[in-house]
Write a protein that binds this ligand. Sequence first.
Ligand code: AMP
Ligand code: FES
Ligand code: ZN
Length: 307
Amino acid sequence: MGKCKLCGRGEAKIRLAYARLNLCRKCFTEKFFPNRVRRTVESYKMFPADASVAVAVSGGKDSAALLHSLREAFPAVQLVAVHLNLGIPEYSEAAERSVEALCRSLNVELKVYRLKDEEGFTIGDFKATKYGGKLCSVCGVVKRRRLGKIAAELKVDALVTGHNLDDTVESLMATFTGGDFQQLVRLKPVLPAQPPFPRKVKPFYRTPEREALLYAEILGLPFSRRKCPYLPGSRSLRGKRLLDLWEAEEPGFKYRMLAAFEKLIPLLEQAVPQPEYTYCRVCGLPSSQPVCADCRRIEALKGRKAA
Ligand code: AMP
Ligand code: FES
Ligand code: ZN
């Protein structure tokens, strides 16, 4: 690969085909990667340089890379890590251990919320309900609500998640082909606050998944490589594999998808208004329906337990 394109001295080890750039490990981890995170946060006005933010950390590579690079890019931002233990056998224990090791090594405050201890159920318990065939989507609903609530209690300026370029482009493809244009708009990098929930932002919106892994590996950040046992065969993994094939044939394809999406957002926002928000009559939190998605799932669970 020759010399690093940035410093001209180091041995290039990392090829970024979409940018025709070969970088040494040092320039990649110390300059290129955190600089892109900084530019993403600044250009979408995600939060100011002196904000306090809650970072949702799952224990995987993305959130490890996210927490580290945010600290590098925004030394004055007050970070608090939030982890949900979903009670998934082995997977959740390994995830919690990695998050603890990560936060200890970065000296970041950590809040852990254990679903089983706090609410008496785990994600696996939904197998016995009508939502059992779609555990990943139940899990998404459960995570969204609790992360929002914890962030609201912490009174932070923003809730930060580690959704990366590949996550977004895969969701774009799936949502677009499913024809759900209301949902498509919600893939934007910044979702406004919905009191009491703070705004939600994605600093890895322009960061490819492969690079988050490289960053975490090169820096030796603690993260768990375990895959969620409910994930195999899921739509998102298949979609990402297909997008990787496309990207290999046409470097830059994922970024072009993102650019097209950004042109589409204002048009969609005009043509497809978002649903009116009211409040869930069970939990009292914002919802587009009389009973929110979370409460409907919890009620299905209670029904099964009583039966
Ligand atoms: P996923 O939905 O698993 O692709 O995760 C997307 C993002 O959601 C991650 O990068 C984290 O920011 C957040 N997240 C996922 N799982 C958890 C968890 N168990 N605890 C806290 N945050 C999480
Ligand atoms: Fe939620 Fe696997 S982590 S279903
Ligand atoms: Zn509710």
